[in-house]
Write a protein that binds this ligand. Structure first.
Ligand SMILES: [Zn+2]
Length: 238
């Protein structure tokens, strides 16, 4: 279940509530990750919010049990020389690569877990997959990471993981077929929210999806930084 979908009539990505108000309770959306049709499920308070669900049998990478399936795909070709170069590069640039992955993780990725993901990628032979470019590594490592990233705010308990696009034939399609495969990683957050109204201890459970474009920037800047800047501005009056 996800809180948003792509509008088949060209209005981009919209919330489940927007679909309900625009098209009614039988609205259909498309999954931004696997492109499959999603069915709207209208809220049954207090435990659910209006959301989208995949059809039974879906193997979308947003679903936890399939999120690692892309790493089991065979490579279309190998390039051992490129693999050697990349491993030498990642050893030299170890800390910058960690910082990129750390910033993408919402500052949750521990140093030891980063090293374990790196060793796992190497054991799977991913460095040798033809055409791999260095800047994909932090994204691959985060998606490979087996645990969930836990976070807690005043009302929310959040468990998140990261996924690559669904529907690839080979993992290396991600960098070898840039025109066909979305250059996007998604953060899938399973949220348990304490209700602010209604019965005490009422909780809502839902899933939020956030798209993160893959790039070669030295670190990732999350969207909340803009509001922090706006709040700081009067305090740093110059
Ligand atoms: Zn999907």
């Amino acid at each position: 279940m996800t809180h948003r979908a792509t509008d088949p009539n060209g209005h981009g990505i919209q919330s489940a509530e927007w679909f309900r108000q625009t098209y009614g309770e039988n609205a259909k959306g498309r999954c931004e990750i696997c492109d499959a049709e999603l069915a709207l499920r209208v809220a049954h308070p207090p435990h659910t919010v209006t959301h989208f669900a995949h059809k039974a049998g879906s193997r979308c990478s947003s679903l936890e049990q399939y999120r690692h399936a892309v790493f089991n795909l065979k490579p279309s070709a190998l390039d051992l020389e490129n693999g050697k170069r990349l491993r030498a590069w990642v050893l030299k640039e170890l800390y910058p690569v960690y910082l990129k992955a750390y910033s993408l993780s919402g500052r949750k990725l521990a140093w030891g877990d980063f090293q374990r993901a790196l060793i796992d990628a190497n054991t799977r032979g991913i460095f040798d997959y033809a055409g791999l470019e260095a800047h994909y590594l932090p994204y691959l490592l985060l998606c490979l990471y087996p645990e969930r990233f836990h976070d807690k705010t005043t009302y929310d308990s959040i468990d998140a993981y990261f996924v690559l696009p669904a529907g690839m034939k080979h993992l290396d399609d991600l960098w070898n077929k840039k025109g066909e495969i979305k250059q996007t990683m998604w953060k899938v957050s399973h949220i348990t929210r304490q209700s602010r109204r209604g019965a005490p201890k009422a909780v809502e459970m839902f899933t939020e999806i956030e798209a993160i474009a893959m790039d070669d920037a030295p670190f990732y800047i999350p969207s909340w930084v803009a509001s922090a800047q706006a709040k700081l501005e009067p305090l740093l009056a110059f």
